[in-house]
Design a protein around this ligand. Sequence first.
Ligand code: 5GP
Ligand code: ZN
Length: 116
Amino acid sequence: MSPSDCLFCRIARGEIPADLVHEGERLIAFRDISPQAPFHVLVIPREHIQSLGDAEVGHGALLGEALLLAAEIAAREGVAEEGYRTVVNTGKDGGQTVHHLHVHILGGRSLGWPPG
Ligand code: 5GP
Ligand code: ZN
């Protein structure tokens, strides 16, 4: 999938509307359209990286920033005290459906483990 027709690239470019909670130079975050918990936000890099498996050493800082941003958003949105989960689904068995790297932040309820 090329960046021109990638759904999350299109959201990052503002071509498709999203409920944004963060707009930065390298990362954006927005509410999931089909929330799996009372709080469900996705953090994505503006750069098109297909999956965690396609990330390279040079993406290390960006990936770290994405996790730190997830923690910052969880704190700001009031779910950090009770706890939350960050998830990066990768590939078919990982349940990845959108092939642009994203970090889920899920919170607002007790989450089961192991995941289904
Ligand atoms: P994955 O299954 O790839 O880990 O996660 C993709 C997520 O993107 C899903 O939770 C899905 O609900 C969400 N999603 C898919 N299309 C859209 C959309 O157009 N807008 C928003 N905000 N979220 C979307
Ligand atoms: Zn993309």
